[in-house]
Design a protein. Sequence first.
Lengths: 205, 208
Amino acid sequence: MRILGRVTSSNVRKVLWTADLIGIGYEHEDWGLPLRDPRVPEFLALNPNGTVPVIVDAGFVLWESSAIMRYLGQKGGSDLWPADVRERALVDQWLTWQATELLPSWLYAVTAFLAKNPDFNDPERIAQSVDKWSANMRMLEAQLAEGGGYVANGRLSLADLALALSSHRWFSTPFDRPELPAVTEHYQRLKATEAGRKYLNADTP
Amino acid sequence: MGTLSILGRLTSINVRKVMWTCDLIGIGYEVEIWGMPHRDPGAPEFLKLNPNAQVPVIIDDGFVLWESNAIMRYLAESRRSGLWPVAAKERALVDQWLTWQVAELNAQWGYAVYALMRKNPAYTDEQRIADSIRNWTQRMQILEAQLQAGGGFAANGRLSIADIGLAVSTHRWVSTPFDKPALPAVMEHYERLKATPEGQKYMSADTP
């Protein structure tokens, strides 16, 4: 299996981390700026969006990081993607929430504060992004505090990987953050694992 | 099986995705109207079910679930519907396009829809309207190429939950007034689904 994408993308790291935990071997190809422009015909033939990650599994091409994680979970028969339909749905709910609610809320603030892109300087949009991101992280705090340190079913799942990567972005972005003890504990616990050290380090904020 | 409740308002496309899925699978349900302007989902009673204060939420014989795509996958899987194929690769392609609908496609149209369809006075930034239209159009062109290559369906050459998510998105595209490029495969897919009983119900002029 090939995994195409730069390790600086949290969506690529979701897939690498999933493959590592399930024990699926892969070749990693760096794609994405500034390393290798994905807007070239060779890459667009795999993913017309020009985004990373993409996997090629013995000829089978798939993109959208959450869909890739679910595919690898099913392919590997992994409990990270539980077999029980309701347990699976709760993992799916939080994994989907990460991509559709949490990630969009941080985009403006992260581009302004972490990537320091000078075009992202609208104070009102920065404030909106910080407020929404903080509200979402407080929701995650309540869920982790109530859920025994995991986001679903009281044990590790694909959703925890995506959320730990999101917390890594939260803690790597310089701004006034509210205290979130259950989020911090979840993040530090996953960061102390072998894969956590690889995918939640200072080189990839 | 006990009862299934769907909490939400018909004007939300995410609610319609879930109702359409239930109708096609043949799952009976009760609708509880939630969402503005009908009933504020910021109420404690609702927040206990979904702390995001968003619709839809389902309660399936006591089991609470939110996030429309996760609900569609759950309903199809728990009722063993072919709208969510069992074979891993076929399933993954449906998942890819359904996920793309919320993560890529839906993410582009927000500003343009508020400005041009809902005419919300807080959405008047010309540059942001133009950016939204450009990015939305570019994603719709990706869908056009996929439907052309895929024999009129998003994945695997047959109807799936991804087609439902994409058809209600096309309905929003068609219902928002601005100059659009011709997308013949998108329009053929849309008109074909709109001609079904569910399409008539969920892609009417009452719910743009």
